[in-house]
Ligand binder design. Structure first.
Ligand code: ADP
Ligand code: ADP
Length: 212
């Protein structure tokens, strides 16, 4: 089943340098797909487009068959909140909140009991090897820990689409393994998982690779 599709997508920040032209792809439920390509090619930009954070110059983004790219900011934000998990390359944690509160942030706007979300956050932190950082502030954690915390935050809402920018970028092989495992588990729950990566080990463990 196609969870996410890009159709004839074109995008440029500046009129003279198109980054994407008539680019199409489909991402299936249950699949982990690697997006690779040289630095500056537009991989992060593609992830922002797929994540409905940027509007394409042309073309469509469809989530579960619904075109969402040209909806209002509010509608796109609502679609994102309900369905997406996003891991930014720089983790983008809120420095003023603890690690636990960062992970819980996206759950504040959903139904459900805080206790249940805290339990799930604790399980994710345990799985990803960052449980000891639970009550720390992001300024006190390493780059690799921040990445795994950002993945916990993306996973806590059980997203149907998980988009991750270099999720193993700062990690040692053992931590990378745990991250790859978590990506596959989310795909196993039916998510379409898209990762931008330079990491050959991660590429090899994806079902499919798209070279930009
Ligand atoms: P990649 O992830 O493949 O390294 P990016 O998507 O980050 O590529 O960037 C693609 C190109 O777009 C780069 O040349 C970058 O400098 C440029 N770029 C990225 N973000 C912006 C922006 N907000 N405004 C203008 N140009 C940008
Ligand atoms: P599927 O059964 O969904 O077709 P495959 O078993 O063919 O998936 O695996 C595709 C790729 O993903 C392989 O390179 C495999 O090593 C890797 N892979 C599969 N499951 C996991 C997992 N749980 N953790 C890490 N890598 C995995």
């Amino acid at each position: 089943k196609v969870a996410l599709a890009a159709r004839e997508l074109s995008f440029r920040y500046d009129p003279a340098t198109p980054l994407l032209e008539n680019w199409s792809a489909e991402f299936h439920s249950g699949e982990v797909v690697a997006v690779t390509g040289p630095s500056g090619r537009g991989k992060s930009t593609l992830l922002y487009l797929l994540g409905l954070m940027l509007k394409p110059s042309n073309g469509e983004i469809l989530l579960d068959g619904r075109a969402l790219h040209d909806r209002s900011d509010r509608e796109r934000a609502a679609a994102r909140a309900g369905r997406y998990g996003f891991v930014f390359q720089d983790a983008a944690l809120d420095p003023s909140r603890t690690v636990l509160d960062n992970i819980l942030e996206t759950t504040l706007y959903r139904g459900g009991r805080r206790d249940d979300f805290v339990r799930r956050a604790d399980a994710l932190m345990e799985q990803l090897g960052v449980a000891l950082r639970r009550d720390a502030k992001p300024g006190q954690v390493s780059g690799g820990q921040a990445q795994r915390i950002a993945l916990c935050r993306a996973l806590i809402g059980n997203p149907g689409v998980l988009l991750a920018d270099e999720p193993t970028g700062n990690l040692d092989p053992a931590s990378s393994d745990v991250v790859v495992q978590a990506l596959h588990e989310q795909a196993g729950r039916g998510a379409a998982v898209v990762v931008v990566t330079h990491d050959p080990t991660l590429v090899e463990r994806c079902h499919r690779r798209i070279e930009l």
